[in-house]
Structure formats: structure tokens, C-alpha cells
Design a protein around this ligand. Structure first.
Ligand SMILES: NC(=O)c1ccc[n+]([C@@H]2O[C@H](COP(=O)([O-])OP(=O)(O)OC[C@H]3O[C@@H](n4cnc5c(N)ncnc54)[C@H](OP(=O)(O)O)[C@@H]3O)[C@@H](O)[C@H]2O)c1
Length: 342
């Protein structure tokens, strides 16, 4: 990729509308290839097939959550195409089975409903029973912020689905990741993690029923859940530093998928109209995930944030590297999960 092209994308998408959750603010978050990392050669228009071209992933097992739609489906399709055995999760076995049957190569369905911790534990068991190390654990499933605040079992739904249940899943499956020669945890975060959070990052007093005295803003809730993904990745990277395993987070781009569901009909219609003009294709949208999960250039790369299949640094005022917040998030997550963590 041309560095100019990369920077142009950053500038262009910064003007994307707020409904994407990927832009909307004027400026202030310059994204550049991180010092010490070479241009990967890929960019915003690279597809998942292109970033994995020529790779032989046979013998590798990779789990993708949310395999039946959007970025997750394309990620599964391409990883399986290149020879990986993909374990694909869907909210029901029927959805996962249909998605797995739709791709060429080996794909095994598992059920995972992220609003239900029992389902997360059951999913972890289904995966453990396969008896395979995990070369990649891709936390992809997610929802946008809801039009109105929605709380399930006392936990705000975007935080629950996008982050907290993945926290439980990763903790349960970690032994399988570290059993792989170079297991990779990949967290599909978003640029909303720095563009759309409240100014103070995660508002811990809004994770339950309470709005903490603030007006409800669905994108701020989405943003803080995606910041949680990034901080969770950072924390794992620190914990895994002495191992061969790695943990990285990424922004996939703005892609017209089903992600706007739940934002209300008007937003969905706007998404449908605007999307085709400014969005990446799904094939492009899955590239950064596949690059992080499978590309040899990512071997040993740990604790980074990726954008357009490159390791980047994000400038400006944000919380992506806020270790105190990451520590607090970890402790709060453990408390919220209680006995589910075992
Ligand atoms: N599209 C973008 O522009 C964009 C930008 C930045 C980040 N992302 C992130 O990319 C990831 C994938 O999103 P996408 O754009 O591909 O959206 P999508 O097409 O809506 O796919 C989301 C996936 O997550 C699953 N999911 C939703 N709620 C779930 C739950 N309660 N339990 C289990 N699975 C659940 C969905 O299953 P069902 O189909 O059964 O609901 C679906 O498989 C998300 O983490 C999103 O935040 C997307």
C-alpha cells in the first residue's frame, strides 16, 4: 500500500457520518503506521483474499464469533478457503450450521448467544471437546448501540455482547490459544473506541441500569464497549508477553453490514443509502481481521492496534493506552462475571 493512500483513507473516513460510528468528528485522531513497523503492503482496498493469498493455513484451527453475517462470515470463508479449520459461532446452532455449510473448506459450527453467560460456557465446552489448539480466537460478534438503553440481566447490552461475554469466552479458551505454536487473540474493535467514547472513556457507572446522570447516547455506549475490546486486548498482551501467544485489536473500516440493526429504522435507512458510497466492501472489511489472524508478518506482534491491515498509532486524546482504565475494567469484569469465571 502507498502510505499516501493510507493517510488519505484516514482523512476521508474521518468525515463519514456519525451513524457509522466510525467518524463524524471533525479531526484530531491522526492514524499513522506505527514507528518501528513497516508498511505491510496492504491498504484500505485490500481484500481478505488478497491479504491471505498464498498462505497455507492447513493444520490451523481458528474460531470466529458471529460467523453468519458481515465481517465474520467473510472472515470464516476466506480463512477456510486458505485451508484453516474454522470453528464458527452463531447465536443458534441452525444459524452457525447454515453459515458453515455455505463456505468451501472445513468449518465446524458452534452455538453462542452472547447475552447468556451459560451459552458462553456451553460454547467453550463445545470448542474444548474438539480437542484442538486454537491458532486464532477471533472475537468478532457485535452489535451497535441500541436506540434506547437496553439492559440484560443488569448489564447494558452493547457492553455485554461486544465485550463482557467475549471476556468470559477468552478466559475459558485461553489454554487452547497458548497450546498453539503461536496462538493469536484478535479483537474486532472499532475506531469508535477512540472517536465515539465519552470523554472520560468507559463510564463504569453506566454499565448497568443507571445512566450515571448522563443523557443516553447510543454511540457513546457502543464506543465504550469497543474501547473495552481494545483495553482487554492490551491487558491480554501484557499477560501473554512471556508466551508465544499474542493479542491485538483492530478497526475493520466502515462496512455496510447488518451492524446498524437496533439503531432504529431511520438510521438503518440512512445506512443503506449512504453505505454504498463511503463504505468498504465486506471483502475489504474482513481483510484486517484475516491479516491479524493469519499473516506471517503478524507473528509475535502483540498489544497493537490495526487499521487497514497495518499496525498503527492513533494520535489525539483517547484512552486506547490507558493502563489504569484497563486494570479497572479487568477487575470490574471479574466482579460482574463472578462464579461464571470459575
Ligand atoms: N460494519 C462496520 O462498519 C464496523 C465498523 C467497526 C467495527 N465493526 C465491528 O465488526 C464486528 C462485526 O460486525 P459486522 O459489521 O459484521 O455486523 P453484522 O453483520 O451485524 O454481524 C454481527 C455478528 O454478531 C452476531 N451477534 C450479534 N449479537 C449477538 C449475540 N447476542 N450473541 C451472539 N452473536 C451475536 C450476529 O449474529 P446475528 O446475525 O444472529 O444477529 C452476527 O453474526 C462487530 O464487532 C462490529 O462492532 C463493524
Amino acid at each position: 500500500m502507498q502510505r499516501r493512500q493510507f493517510l488519505a483513507l484516514s482523512a476521508a473516513t474521518a468525515t463519514a457520518p456519525a451513524l457509522t460510528g466510525c467518524g463524524g468528528e471533525p479531526k484530531g485522531f491522526p492514524v499513522n503506521i506505527k514507528a518501528g513497523f513497516k508498511d505491510s503492503g496492504f491498504g484500505p482496498e485490500s481484500t481478505a483474499e488478497e491479504v491471505t493469498e498464498g498462505l497455507d493455513l492447513s493444520g490451523k484451527t481458528m474460531l470466529v464469533t458471529g460467523c453468519n453475517s458481515g465481517i465474520g462470515l467473510e472472515t470464516m470463508r476466506v480463512l477456510a478457503l486458505q485451508g484453516a479449520h474454522v470453528i464458527g459461532s452463531g447465536r443458534t446452532m441452525e444459524k452457525a450450521s447454515a453459515a458453515c455449510a455455505s463456505v468451501e473448506g472445513k468449518a465446524t459450527p458452534v452455538s453462542l448467544e452472547l447475552t447468556d453467560f451459560d451459552s458462553v460456557l456451553d460454547c467453550a465446552e463445545q470448542v474444548e471437546e474438539l480437542g484442538l489448539p486454537l491458532d486464532a480466537l477471533i472475537c468478532n460478534a457485535g452489535i451497535s448501540g441500541r436506540k434506547q438503553k437496553q439492559v440484560v440481566n443488569g448489564i447494558e447490552i452493547a457492553f455485554l455482547v461486544n465485550y463482557l461475554s467475549h471476556f468470559l469466552l477468552v478466559n475459558k479458551l485461553l489454554p487452547l490459544v497458548t497450546a498453539a505454536p503461536q496462538g493469536r487473540i484478535v479483537h474486532v474493535s472499532s475506531r469508535a473506541a477512540y472517536r465515539r467514547t465519552p470523554p472520560d472513556g468507559i463510564r463504569f457507572n453506566t454499565l448497568g441500569e443507571s445512566n450515571g446522570g448522563f443523557e443516553y447516547d447510543s454511540w457513546e455506549y457502543y464506543g465504550q464497549s469497543k474501547l473495552a475490546n481494545a483495553l482487554f486486548s492490551r491487558k491480554w498482551a501484557q499477560k501473554l508477553a512471556a508466551t508465544n501467544a499474542t493479542s491485538n485489536a483492530l478497526h475493520p473500516g466502515f462496512i455496510k453490514t447488518n451492524i446498524a440493526r437496533g439503531q432504529g429504522r431511520l438510521t438503518e435507512i440512512a445506512f443503506d443509502i449512504v453505505g454504498p458510497f463511503i463504505a468498504k466492501s465486506v471483502e475489504e472489511g474482513a481483510a484486517t481481521t484475516c491479516y491479524a489472524a493469519a499473516h506471517p508478518q503478524m507473528a509475535g506482534v502483540n498489544g497493537e492496534f490495526l487499521f487497514d491491515s497495518n499496525v498503527v498509532s492513533v494520535g489525539g486524546d483517547h484512552h486506547l493506552e490507558n493502563d489504569a482504565m484497563a486494570d479497572r475494567l479487568w477487575n470490574v469484569s471479574e466482579e460482574m462475571l463472578g462464579s461464571y469465571l470459575g
